[in-house]
Design a protein around this ligand. Structure first.
Ligand SMILES: [Zn+2]
Length: 395
C-alpha cells in the first residue's frame, strides 16, 4: 500500500467498510443487485492525510451526477457569501472554478463583475450552469486537457475548487496543472471537508468512494508546500458539517494568524496521530450500533422514513443495515422518483409527508441540516431523530 498523496508506504488501515453500492447510483427501478465496492480507510503517518484505498473510475462516479448544489438552501447561502468574501478580499479579475457544479459560486462572482470560467466532469450538471448563461465546460481538469483549458481561459489570477479537490485520484497532478494556469502572483482557494470535524463529530458517513482524501491543515500544508505553494489563510467553515477553507499562493505570503492557530490546535489535540484515528474508528462503530438498535426499537411505533437521500443516507442504510426504512424524502428532482442505491427503498418529494400519515419516526440522514428540515415540516407530529454527533430523538 502506498499513499496516493505523498507515495510513502507508511500507511495503515484504520477503518474497513464492507462492500456497498456507489452512493450516487440512483435507479428508476428497485435495484438490489447493484455493484458493491469496499471502502478501506487509510492513514498516512508521513503526510498525515486520511484516504480511501479504492478508487472508482471518475466517469462512472461523476458523468451523470445527482448532486446539484443549488437545490440545497444552505449551500446557496454559503456560496453567495463566499463570492462576496473572495471579491472583497482579493478582487480577482479572472476566476477558474474546478468542479463548478450548477454555477452556485460562479453566478454570484459574475454579479460582482468577475470574468468566470467553470469546469465540471458532469455533463448534466454543466448543462445547468450553461443554462444560467455561465461560461462552463464539461471537462476534467488536469494535465491531459490543459492545452484545451488554457486556450479557453488564458492565464487566470484565481483558481478555486470547493468540495472537488478530494475527488481527484491524483492530487499532485491537480496542483501541477493549477501552477500552469495561474499567473505567477495568482491564488488558489480550496474548500475541503475538514479532518478535524470528521474526527470530532464521528463523520464516518461521509467517507465514501467520491471522497478519496480528507485533509487537516497540517496534511494540506505538507502537500501544498511540495508543489511550491504557501498557505496564506485558513478558516474552518460550517459547510458539510465542517470544512477547511484555504488560500495559497506561490509567493511567500504574509501568513495570517489563523493558519498558525489551526496548526497549533491540530498539534495540541493530536488530530493527525494514528492513535486518534484508531479511536475515531472505535467510536464510529459504537455510534453505528447505537443508532441501529434505537431505530430498530422505534419500529413498534410505526413506519420509519429517512430525510435526505445524499451519500450519508446510503452509508447509514447499507452499513448499519437499516433496510426497514420505508421511504427516503428528498427535494432534489435528480433523486426523488428514484430508488436508493442497491435497494428497493423509494425516494419521494417532501410533500409526500403530508399525504401519508403512517410515518411515525423520521431519521434525518442529512443530520447537519436537521433543524432547518424539521422547521419546514410543522405538520409532522412524530419523532425526529439524528445519528450524529450522537444519536438523539426529537429536535
Ligand atoms: Zn502520505
Amino acid at each position: 500500500m502506498e499513499c496516493r498523496v505523498c507515495a510513502s508506504s507508511d500507511v495503515v488501515e484504520i477503518f474497513a467498510i464492507p462492500p456497498i453500492p456507489l452512493v450516487g447510483e440512483f435507479t428508476s427501478k428497485p435495484n438490489i443487485q447493484a455493484d458493491l465496492f469496499p471502502i478501506t480507510v487509510l492513514h498516512c503517518d508521513n503526510c498525515k492525510v486520511l484516504q480511501i484505498k479504492e478508487s472508482i473510475n471518475s466517469e462512472r462516479l461523476f458523468q451523470e451526477y445527482s448532486f446539484s448544489s443549488s437545490t440545497v438552501a444552505g449551500l446557496v447561502r454559503h456560496f453567495t457569501d463566499y463570492a462576496t468574501w473572495i471579491w472583497e478580499r482579493y478582487k480577482p479579475a479572472k476566476v477558474l472554478e474546478v468542479g463548478c457544479n450548477d454555477g452556485v459560486l460562479l453566478s454570484p462572482l459574475a454579479r460582482h463583475g468577475v470574468e468566470v470560467f467553470g469546469l465540471d466532469i458532469s455533463e448534466n450538471i454543466t448543462q445547468l450552469a450553461k443554462s444560467k448563461g455561465l461560461n462552463a465546460q464539461a471537462l476534467e481538469f488536469g494535465e491531459k486537457n490543459l492545452a484545451k483549458i488554457l486556450a479557453w481561459t488564458g492565464e487566470v489570477d484565481f483558481v478555486t475548487a470547493s468540495n472537488t479537490f478530494p475527488h481527484n485520484e491524483d492530487p499532485n497532478g491537480f496542483l501541477e496543472a493549477v501552477t500552469k494556469v495561474l499567473t505567477s502572483d495568482g491564488r488558489l482557494a480550496l474548500e475541503v471537508m475538514y479532518a478535524g470535524s470528521l474526527q470530532d463529530t464521528l463523520q464516518w458517513d461521509t467517507i465514501y468512494h467520491e471522497h478519496l482524501h480528507f485533509h487537516s491543515l497540517t496534511s494540506l500544508q505538507n502537500l501544498l508546500n511540495r508543489h511550491g505553494f504557501y498557505l496564506e489563510y485558513a478558516e474552518i467553515v460550517p459547510m458539510h458539517a465542517g470544512s477547511l477553507r484555504i488560500i495559497a499562493s506561490k509567493r511567500v505570503p504574509n501568513t495570517t494568524p489563523e493558519v498558525n492557530l489551526i496548526l497549533k490546535q491540530e498539534l495540541d489535540s493530536g488530530l493527525n496521530s494514528r492513535e486518534n484515528w484508531n479511536e475515531f474508528a472505535t467510536k464510529c462503530w459504537n455510534s453505528i450500533e447505537v443508532t441501529k438498535s434505537r431505530l430498530t426499537e422505534r419500529q413498534k411505533f410505526g413506519e420509519i422514513w429517512a430525510y435526505g437521500a445524499a451519500g450519508r443516507a446510503t452509508m447509514w442504510i447499507k452499513v448499519a443495515k437499516l433496510d426497514f426504512i420505508k421511504k427516503v424524502i428528498d427535494s432534489s428532482p435528480l433523486r426523488a422518483g428514484h430508488f436508493m442505491p442497491g435497494s428497493n427503498i423509494p425516494i419521494v418529494f417532501p410533500n409526500e409527508l403530508q399525504r401519508d400519515q403512517s410515518v411515525k419516526t423520521i431519521f434525518v440522514t442529512a443530520w447537519n441540516y436537521a433543524e432547518g428540515i424539521a422547521a419546514q415540516h410543522p405538520e409532522f407530529e412524530g419523532v425526529w431523530t439524528v445519528p450524529l454527533p450522537e444519536y438523539s430523538e426529537s429536535l
